[in-house]
Design a binder for this molecule. Structure first.
Ligand SMILES: [Zn+2]
Length: 123
């Protein structure tokens, strides 16, 4: 059975730990470093959202065009639903990094989404 939702890999990092460097799962190029800023996005990076900053770290031209099409102006907490609403299906690989734990209940959720240049073919 073919899925239609974007594929999301979830990491849970204890609050207060150093941010992990995020690499593109397709080409391996580093997509974000410790402060979560994207300096040189590879061709696969679609978007990044940094909840601690309350801002998009990176938006590809394709992502911006899709946002305009569905009139999405802000990030929504449900990343799967948001990416699906933007027309991305299972041909999108996303990494969701949450920062949880002590101190306090605050949880930050960062999102990095990547798209391969061609569609994956089921085996
Ligand atoms: Zn890449």
């Amino acid at each position: 059975m073919k899925t239609t939702d974007p594929q999301i890999f979830r990491l849970n990092i204890p609050h207060g730990c150093r941010r992990l460097p995020i690499h593109c799962p397709i080409c391996g190029q580093i997509a974000a470093i410790n402060d979560a800023r994207v300096f040189a996005p590879c061709q696969h990076l679609v978007c990044s959202y940094i909840e601690a900053d309350g801002s998009w770290g990176y938006l590809s031209p394709d992502f911006v065009a899709r946002m305009r099409e569905v009139d999405l102006r802000v990030h929504t907490p449900d990343n799967v639903a948001m990416l699906r609403d933007l027309g991305y299906d299972d041909n999108l690989l996303a990494i969701e990094v949450s920062y949880t734990g002590m101190p306090g209940p605050r949880r930050y959720l960062d999102l990095y989404a990547f798209r391969p240049p061609i569609e994956f073919q089921p085996l």
